[in-house]
Ligand binder design. Structure first.
Ligand code: FAD
Length: 467
C-alpha cells in the first residue's frame, strides 16, 4: 500500500500528491492527522471549516469504497504508525511552505526514514513553486509587478484526475472528532461551507458572469464582486489548476476585451497568493519579524483600549467598524476593507501590525499565514512591495469612495441604519450633539485622523532615523 497524507489539500481532484500516489500500482491509504501542535495555533472558526471539509472528503472516499483515516496525534508519530500498520513503503504529501509546516514535515521525514519508509513530496498548492520564479539575483521577488509578469507568462499545468475506486485501499477509520472533542468553543462567526462541492459551485457561478465584472466591482464591499473562494483556497477544497482552467475557459467565452481584462485582473489576484507563498517560503521569520526593517525600531503605541475598540468595531469610523464587525459575523472581510482596517490599526492607532495579525488569525476562516502576514506587513509599511510609509488611508474618504451609499456600513453597523450616507461619511465632522441626535448608540471617533496621520509619519521618520 501507499499512504497519501492530506493536509491543506482536502479534495480528491486536481491533487498532484494524491494522483502521484494513485499512479503507483498499490492501493492508496488516505490519511489526515489532527496534530495537537498544529491545533494549538488554530481557532474555532477555522477548525469548524476544517472538520466540515474532512467530513466531505471522507464521504467522497466512502462513496469510492475507501475511507479517510483521521488520526489525532503528533504527525511524526501518527504518519509512520499508519504507514507501518498498512505495510506501506512510501508516504506522499503535498508541500506546505510555512516555517512551522516545514519543521513538522522534516520531523515526519526523519521518523519515516527510521522505519525505512520513503517520503515523497510534491508541489501542488501553487502553480509555480517557491524558487521557480526568481529575479536575476536572489531567490524570490520582493516586488509583485515583476513576479506577476513572469507568473502570467508561464505555462500552467492541467488539473489531475480524481483517483478511481480501484486505486484506493478498502480501509475504514474512526469517526471524525467534533469541535468540542478537540476542545474548541463554537465559533462566533457563521462559518462558510467549505467543501469541494461548494467550491465548484462557486467557481461555476463566478466564472459564468461575475468574473467579467470583477475588475469594476472588486473594490466595492457592498457588491458581491469578488469570488469568496479564499476559504476554499486555504483548505484546498478547490485546486489551483482547476480554478485557473475555469478562468481560462471564461476568458475564451468572453465577448469583449474588457471582459478578458477582467478575467486577467482576477488571475492577477491569484498570483498575489503565490507571490506571498514564495516570500514566506524564503522568509519564514516574517511571521513575527518585519520584512523590511528600518534603522531604528518602530515605536508602536501600546493602547489596549484602542485595540479593544478596533476589535469590537466601535472606533467611531463607520467603514472600519463595519469591516471589523463583518469579520466577527462572517469570518471573512472584503479585501478593500481589510486594507483599511489594517491601515487604521497601524497608522491611526499606531499599533504594531502583529496585534492585528493575531486578531485576524483568530477570526478569519480563510486565515493563510502567507497572505495574512503579507497583507499586514504591506499595510504596516514593513512589507515587501514598496508601500511608502507616508501613504495613510483616510477612512472617511475611502468610505465615501467605496461605499458611497453606505449600504455596506448600514448592513454591519445597525446603529447607523437610519442615518443618511452624508452623515455617515461626515461622522467625524459632526458636532457631538448632532451625532447624539442621529445615532445615539454609535460612538464618536476615538482618534482624530488628521492628527494621527501626522504622528504616524513622524513615527516612521524616527524609525528611518530622519528626525
Ligand atoms: P478574490 O478577490 O475573489 O480573489 C481570489 C483569490 O485570490 C483569493 O481568494 C485569494 O486566494 C487571492 N487573493 C486576492 N487578493 C489577494 C491579496 N491581496 N493577497 C494574497 N492573495 C490574494 N487572504 C487570504 O486568503 N487569507 C488571509 O489570511 C488574508 N489576510 C489578509 C490580511 C490583510 C491585512 C489584507 C490587506 C489582505 C489579506 N488577504 C488574505 C488578502 C485578501 O484580502 C483576501 O484573499 C480576499 O479578500 C479574499 O476574498 P475573495 O476570495 O473574494 O478574493
Amino acid at each position: 500500500m501507499i499512504v497519501h497524507w492530506h493536509r491543506r489539500d482536502l479534495r480528491p481532484g486536481d491533487n498532484r500528491g494524491l494522483a502521484r500516489a494513485a499512479s503507483a500500482d498499490e492501493p492508496v491509504v488516505p490519511l489526515f492527522v489532527l496534530d495537537p501542535s498544529v491545533l494549538e495555533h488554530a481557532s474555532p472558526v477555522r477548525v469548524a471549516c476544517l472538520l466540515e471539509a474532512l467530513e466531505s472528503l471522507r464521504s467522497w472516499y466512502d462513496a469510492h469504497g475507501s475511507d479517510l483515516l483521521v488520526v489525532r496525534d503528533e504527525a511524526s508519530a501518527a504518519v509512520p504508525r499508519v504507514a507501518t500498520a498498512h505495510d506501506a513503503a512510501t508516504v506522499v504529501w503535498n508541500e506546505d511552505y510555512s516555517g512551522l509546516a516545514r519543521e513538522r514535515d522534516q520531523a515526519v521525514r526523519a521518523a519515516l526514514a527510521d522505519e525505512g519508509i520513503t517520503a515523497e513530496s510534491v508541489h501542488d498548492a501553487v502553480h509555480h513553486e517557491p524558487g521557480s520564479i526568481t529575479p536575476n539575483q536572489g531567490d524570490h521577488y520582493s516586488v509583485f509587478s515583476y513576479f506577476w509578469k513572469k507568473w502570467r507568462d508561464r505555462d500552467k499545468r492541467a488539473p489531475a484526475d480524481e483517483p478511481e475506486s480501484s486505486d484506493l485501499a478498502a480501509v475504514s477509520g474512526d469517526p471524525i472528532p467534533t469541535l468540542a472533542d478537540l476542545g474548541f468553543d463554537e465559533p462566533e462567526a457563521t462559518p462558510p461551507t467549505v467543501t469541494t462541492a461548494a467550491a465548484r459551485e462557486r467557481v461555476a457561478d463566478f466564472c459564468s458572469g461575475p468574473i467579467y465584472e470583477y475588475a469594476a466591482l472588486r473594490d466595492y464591499p457592498a457588491e458581491s464582486g469578488t469570488s469568496r473562494l479564499s476559504p476554499h483556497l486555504k483548505w484546498g477544497t478547490i485546486g489551483p489548476r482547476e480554478l485557473y482552467a475555469a478562468t481560462e475557459r471564461a476568458a475564451d467565452r468572453a465577448e469583449r476585451d474588457a471582459d478578458r481584462e477582467s478575467v486577467r485582473e482576477f488571475q492577477r489576484q491569484l498570483a498575489w497568493r503565490e507571490f506571498y507563498a514564495h516570500v514566506l517560503a524564503f522568509n519564514p521569520n516574517t511571521v513575527t519579524e518585519d520584512f523590511s526593517g528600518y534603522d531604528n525600531e518602530i515605536d508602536w503605541r501600546d493602547d489596549p483600549d484602542a485595540l479593544e475598540a478596533w476589535k469590537a468595531g466601535t472606533t467611531g469610523y463607520p467603514i472600519i467598524d463595519a469591516g471589523m464587525r463583518q469579520l466577527r459575523a462572517d469570518g471573512w472581510m472584503h479585501n478593500r476593507v481589510r486594507m483599511l482596517v489594517a491601515s487604521f490599526l497601524t497608522k491611526d492607532l499606531l499599533t504594531d501590525w502583529r496585534a492585528g495579525y493575531a486578531w485576524f488569525r483568530e477570526k478569519l476562516a480563510d486565515h493563510d499565514t502567507a497572505n495574512d502576514v503579507g497583507g499586514w506587513q504591506w499595510a504596516g509599511s514593513t512589507g515587501t512591495d514598496a508601500q511608502p510609509y507616508f501613504r495613510v488611508f483616510n477612512p472617511m474618504k475611502q468610505g465615501r469612495e467605496y461605499d458611497p451609499d453606505a449600504e455596506y456600513i448600514r448592513e454591519y453597523v445597525p446603529e447607523l441604519a437610519d442615518a443618511t450616507a452624508a452623515d455617515i461619511h461626515g461622522w467625524h465632522d459632526l458636532e457631538p450633539a448632532e451625532r447624539e441626535r442621529i445615532a445615539p448608540d454609535y460612538p464618536g471617533p476615538i482618534v482624530d485622523h488628521a492628527e494621527r496621520r501626522d504622528r504616524a509619519i513622524e513615527l516612521f521618520e524616527r524609525a528611518r532615523g530622519e528626525s
